[in-house]
Write a protein that binds this ligand. Structure first.
Ligand SMILES: NC(=O)c1ccc[n+]([C@@H]2O[C@H](COP(=O)([O-])OP(=O)(O)OC[C@H]3O[C@@H](n4cnc5c(N)ncnc54)[C@H](OP(=O)(O)O)[C@@H]3O)[C@@H](O)[C@H]2O)c1
Length: 286
C-alpha cells in the first residue's frame, strides 16, 4: 500500500497549532509581522504572494506587500529593505523572486538582515545551515522535512537522493538531510546515468522543473518519493517532476502534485515568521 503524503492536511494541522501560538503571542503584545516585496507584475509571483498573505491573515500574522514597478532601481529596492530592517514591527522580510534583470539578486538577498531573512537565502543563514547551527531555512526544504516528520518517516541512516541542485530547493534540502543523518547524494543535469542513482534511493527528492521526468523504472520498490515540481504538461495540466501513475505503485509513500510540497512551503514560511517574532517576546530581537 502506498501512503499519500498529504501536504494540505499536514499544513492545515500545523497552521491550526500555529494560530493558537500567535493568539498567545498577541496577548503578550507581539503580533508577528511579515513584509513581502513584490517587484513587477509577473502573474505567477502575484499568485504566490497572494496565497502567502491569505495564509498569514488566517493565522493572525500581520503581513503586507510592498509592490514596486519592474523599472525600480536597485538602489531604491535596497533602500526599502533597509527601512524594513529597521522596522521593529517587521519580523520577516521576503523578496519574491525572480527579480528584473537590472537588479542583482545577490545584492538584494545580502541586504536583508540575517535575523529577518525569513526565506533563509542570506549567506549567513546558508552558512548556519551547513554548519548545523540554528537559523532560518529555505521554506520548501523546511516544509519537506516537516512533512517527513508528520508521517514519521525515518531519515537517519537512509540513502537520500536529490535530483536538482538549486539554491532554493536542492542545496538547502541536502544540508537538512545531512543534519538529520541521512547519506546524501546530489544529482543534476550533468549527472551521468541518473537512473542508476535514483534507483538506490530510500528517499528520493525531485526538484528539476522537468514535467514527469522520473519514471517508474527509476525508483526502487519501497522508496519514499517527494516531488517538488510544479510543471505544466503538453496539455497545460499541472503536474510534478515525477510521473505519479508510474512511480506510485513502487513507492511506499509519495507526495501528490498539487497538494504535496506546495502547501508545506507556505506553512514553513508561516512557522519561521512566528519563530522570528518569538524573539521579541523575551526582548532579544534586533
Ligand atoms: N512546491 C513548491 O513550493 C516549489 C518551490 C520551489 C520550486 N518548485 C518547483 O520545483 C521545480 C524546481 O525548481 P527550482 O527553482 O529548484 O529549479 P531550478 O533552479 O531551475 O533548478 C533545477 C535543477 O534541476 C536540475 N535538472 C534540470 N534538468 C535535469 C535533468 N534532466 N536531470 C537531472 N537534473 C536536472 C538542474 O541541473 P543544473 O544545475 O545542472 O542545471 C537544476 O539543478 C520547479 O518545477 C518549480 O516550479 C516548487
Amino acid at each position: 500500500m502506498t501512503t499519500i503524503l498529504d501536504g494540505k492536511k499536514t499544513a492545515d494541522a500545523l497552521m491550526t497549532a500555529l494560530t493558537e501560538t500567535v493568539a498567545e503571542m498577541k496577548a503578550r503584545g507581539v503580533t508577528p509581522g511579515l513584509a513581502v516585496i513584490l517587484v513587477g507584475e509577473d502573474p505567477a509571483s502575484a499568485i504566490y504572494v497572494r496565497n502567502k498573505h491569505r495564509r498569514a491573515d488566517k493565522i493572525g500574522i500581520r503581513s503586507f506587500t510592498i509592490a514596486m514597478p519592474a523599472t525600480v532601481s536597485e538602489a531604491d529596492l535596497l533602500a526599502k529593505i533597509a527601512e524594513l530592517n529597521d522596522d521593529p514591527d517587521v519580523d520577516g522580510i521576503l523578496v519574491q523572486l525572480p527579480l528584473p534583470a537590472q537588479i542583482s539578486e545577490a545584492a538584494v538577498l545580502n541586504a536583508i538582515a540575517p535575523e529577518k531573512d525569513v526565506d533563509g537565502f542570506h549567506p549567513v543563514n546558508v552558512g548556519r545551515l551547513w554548519t548545523n547551527e540554528p537559523g532560518v531555512v529555505a521554506s520548501t526544504p523546511f516544509g519537506i522535512m516537516q512533512l517527513l516528520k508528520a508521517y514519521q518517516i525515518p531519515v537517519a541512516g537512509k540513502h537520500a537522493v536529490i535530483v536538482g541542485r538549486s539554491n532554493i530547493v536542492g542545496r538547502p534540502l541536502a544540508a537538512l538531510l545531512l543534519n538529520a543523518s541521512a547519506t546524501v547524494t546530489m544529482t543534476h543535469s550533468q549527472t551521468a546515468d541518473l537512473a542508476a542513482h535514483t534507483r538506490q534511493a530510500d528517499l528520493l527528492f525531485v526538484a528539476t522543473g522537468r514535467p514527469e521526468m522520473i519514471t517508474g523504472d527509476m525508483v526502487q520498490d519501497g522508496a519514499v518519493v517527494v516531488d517538488v515540481g510544479m510543471d505544466r504538461d503538453a496539455a497545460g495540466k499541472l503536474v510534478g517532476d515525477v510521473n505519479f501513475a508510474e512511480v506510485a505503485p513502487h513507492a511506499s509513500a509519495i507526495t501528490p502534485v498539487p497538494g504535496g510540497v506546495g502547501p508545506m512551503t507556505i506553512a514553513a514560511l508561516m512557522m519561521q515568521t512566528v519563530e522570528l517574532a518569538k524573539r521579541r517576546l523575551n526582548g532579544s530581537a534586533k
